[in-house]
Write a protein that binds this ligand. Structure first.
Ligand code: SPV
Ligand code: MG
Length: 285
């Protein structure tokens, strides 16, 4: 059987665009698998939010690893971990790759911002790391992995930082020279125009990953035609949970009971199934 890392690499390289989904816990990962997506994203935003924290580089490497390993073990889907800026300098990136590969994670993504990074959609300054320094870290990451299948994605935040297409391309080429397997190009524009310009100039030098949070009307077929290899639906499961939980709690409070929400929330039977109780009962027999 192919390893998860090999399957993730295949997702990036196949003709058909791949779709992975932010999953903050094992249960969400099971829902993602049941909905037949291709893989999982351990999102720094979602994992921070689930702990009541902002996405400001507060999670430690050990916290992200612990969460990623639990999510990874819950399904057969390959998982890419969002390792932010890599928790420090080059040696921290090296240890991060060692630990995540050992945990059976399929790949990691590092972004070229200064630690502690700020979520890409926050207003205010987005400070970029020196491009050569970051390329050196990516080179170290790719040298460290034991299996060639373990994927290292380099994410450039040049567009997020308002530095324009030329700087995004300069950085992406440096990271590809440093053997990044794919480039994640992020944008906070409400249209994919700067992503499309990037893809046209990039000429498929490596697979390209995008996070279409702010340009949701760009559909999968259009993204594939423009040359995207993988999309990340980074925060939709969390946002769906927040709105559903908020609405159900307010309904219960308003009606003084749970009768009116009973039909709209997942049944206990569904939860038993998602937690594989039948399998565990069989093992305990
Ligand atoms: C995440 O999901 O943590 C990401 C994507 O890195 S974004 O929130 O858009 O920065
Ligand atoms: Mg993140």
């Amino acid at each position: 059987m192919m390893s998860k890392a090999a399957r993730f690499r295949e997702l990036l390289q196949r003709k058909e665009i791949a779709r992975i989904v932010g999953s903050r816990d094992a249960l969400t990962a099971r829902l993602v698998e049941n909905a037949e997506f291709d893989g999982l994203w351990a999102s720094s935003f979602e994992l921070s939010a689930a702990r009541g924290l902002p996405d400001l580089g507060l999670l430690t490497m050990a916290e992200l690893l612990d969460a990623s390993a639990l999510i990874n073990q819950a399904t057969g889907l390959p998982l890419m971990a969002d390792c932010d800026t890599g928790f420090g300098g080059k040696i921290n990136i090296i240890r991060t790759v060692q630990r995540f590969e050992d945990a059976g994670i399929a790949g990691v993504c590092f972004e070229d911002k200064v630690f502690p990074k700020r979520n890409s959609f926050l207003e205010g300054e987005q400070a970029l790391e020196d491009a050569d320094e970051f390329a050196g870290r990516i080179e170290a990451a790719t040298r460290t992995r034991r299996s060639d299948d373990f994927t290292v994605v380099a994410r450039t935040e040049a567009l997020i930082a308002g530095q324009g297409l030329d700087e995004a391309l300069r950085r992406a080429h440096l990271y590809a020279d440093a053997h990044a397997d794919a480039i994640l190009i992020h944008s906070k524009k409400s249209s994919p125009v700067e992503i499309v310009e990037f893809l046209q100039a990039w000429q498929a030098r490596t697979p390209v990953v995008v996070v279409p949070t702010t340009y949701p009307h760009w559909n999968l077929a259009e993204a594939q035609a423009a040359g995207v290899a993988m999309v990340i639906y980074a925060n939709h499961a969390l946002r769906a949970s927040v709105s559903a939980t908020r609405d159900v709690l307010s309904e219960i409070r308003l009606h003084g009971g749970t009768d009116s929400v009973e039909d709209s929330i997942a049944s206990m039977k569904e939860l038993f199934s998602l937690t594989a109780v039948a399998q565990w009962e069989e093992w305990s027999a």
